[in-house]
Design a protein around this ligand. Structure first.
Ligand SMILES: Nc1ncnc2c1ncn2[C@@H]1O[C@H](COP(=O)(O)OP(=O)(O)O)[C@@H](O)[C@H]1O
Ligand SMILES: [Mg+2]
Length: 406
């Protein structure tokens, strides 16, 4: 399993785990809420029953009544008692003064407030507790009640808790992944610089040696030495690329067509001649380019195209200017295996590869060079499995280029 797959799998496992934790904690509080809710209903019923019994009780002394009242009320949840015409008879636990049957007492009575409360209670628990008063005209009272503050809090608390944890985790993830990115940048840059530096000395010696060979044996046109020189030049190109990665590159205006053409000519003799290269489009448009790095980009994309083509195929490069936005489009199409739509983004991730001996670094380097060093973009424009793929590079042309009519 490569690194990309590994990362993806772990992301999936962690996400699943987080969902299980969240689900379990919500389920558990739901269970608590259900049980407390049942208990509160029982308490409301108890309150209602004892209320009825108190009413039915023969007169006893006041002290005893007060005791019964306070015992009863200490058990109950906020409630309102109405008669069959929905008139409010009494209430419980709705304001600071103690409950009283007597509406004429000192207790302040704000009808609007109680109506609102009643409505809320009815919506929370539509089934009232019915108090049969056993009076002559068969009067019944109805007790509506509301969840206690505790229960209400318990209902919302897990959501608040989980949101806070989620926000915390997101922030932590953001901080850590940007720290990681900084670290990666340092490694890329450091390694590239070091490589360029280490290659530098032997390359310049090799160049001197070839010159020396030519003059020592007086064979300035010997094909072996020319081949050797070519390889040394390639090495130099490689070292140059690495040194460019390690420092801020300088961009110059270049005719895109010429830069691409030159590289394609260099490249196509090195791959199977069953692959045909076609270069079309605007031959004059310029863009801001750092040639050694840009060549690397084209090389990565062309190499992938070659890898995607089994046997014979065509690689087409088309260069167009988008005059409105001062951009240059470079579309590189192949007739290869294609990329599944779901992987259009993933191919640019470091470590993503489908090749046995691939490292999955080519396109991630490509993206880096285009985005960080050229302020451009690169993406899979289209692809169809078995048919082929088109990558698009967008560069800035900030040149006022007037197309010639000739
Ligand atoms: N032109 C293409 N056609 C089909 N698949 C492609 C093409 N270019 C890239 N890919 C896919 O993207 C993957 C990553 O490419 P790259 O980053 O260059 O790494 P590598 O070439 O080492 O696999 C490839 O393994 C391949 O699956
Ligand atoms: Mg590659």
């Amino acid at each position: 399993m490569n690194q990309y797959e590994w990362k993806r799998r772990w992301k999936f496992i962690l996400l699943a785990f987080a969902l299980v934790i969240a689900g379990a904690s919500l389920w558990y509080t739901e269970y608590l809420v259900r049980n407390i809710s049942i208990a509160e209903r029982t308490r409301a019923e108890l309150w209602a029953k004892s209320t009825r019994n108190i009413i039915a009780m023969p007169d006893v002394n006041d002290e005893y009544i007060t005791f019964i009242y306070s015992l009863r009320d200490s058990l109950a949840v906020p409630a309102i008692v109405v008669d069959s015409a929905d008139n409010i008879i009494t209430w419980l636990g709705l304001d600071s003064t103690k409950t009283n049957f007597d509406l004429d007492s000192t207790k302040k009575y704000d009808p609007k407030y109680f109506r609102r409360q009643l409505k809320e209670m009815k919506s929370q628990h539509p089934q009232p507790i019915i108090l049969d008063l056993n009076t002559i005209n068969n009067e019944k009272w109805y007790v509506y009640y509301r969840d206690s503050v505790l229960l209400t809090q318990l209902k919302v608390f897990p959501y608040i808790q989980l949101s806070v944890i989620a926000i915390f985790l997101l922030v932590a993830y953001g901080v850590f992944s940007s720290a990681k990115r900084l670290e990666q940048d340092q490694v890329w840059v450091g390694l590239a610089k070091e490589t360029a530096h280490q290659l530098g000395t032997p390359i310049s010696s090799l160049m001197a040696w070839t010159e020396l060979l030519k003059s020592r044996f007086n064979v300035p046109d010997d094909p072996l030495i020319l081949e050797m020189e070519n390889d040394v030049k390639r090495l130099e190109r490689v070292a140059d690329r690495f040194s460019k990665i390690g420092s801020k590159p300088i961009l110059h205006n270049h005719v895109v067509f010429e830069v691409v053409e030159e590289f394609v000519n260099y490249f196509k003799v090195r791959v199977s001649d069953k692959i045909e290269f076609i270069l079309t489009g605007d031959e004059h448009v310029e863009a801001l380019i750092n040639v050694p790095l840009f060549d690397w980009v084209i090389e990565n994309i062309l190499k992938n195209a070659v890898n995607a083509i089994e046997g014979s195929g065509i690689i087409k490069i088309d260069i167009r200017e988008n005059l409105v936005k001062e951009q240059v489009f470079i579309d590189i199409s192949d007739t290869g295996a294609g990329i599944p739509r779901l992987k259009f983004e993933a191919v640019f991730q470091p470590g993503y590869t489908t090749r046995k001996r691939g490292w999955g670094l080519g396109l991630s380097l490509t993206k880096r060079i285009i985005e960080n060093y050229h302020q451009g973009t690169v993406f899979v424009k289209e692809s169809e499995l078995g048919k082929g793929t088109t990558f698009r590079i967008v560069l800035n042309s900030n040149m006022t280029y007037v197309p010639t009519t000739s």
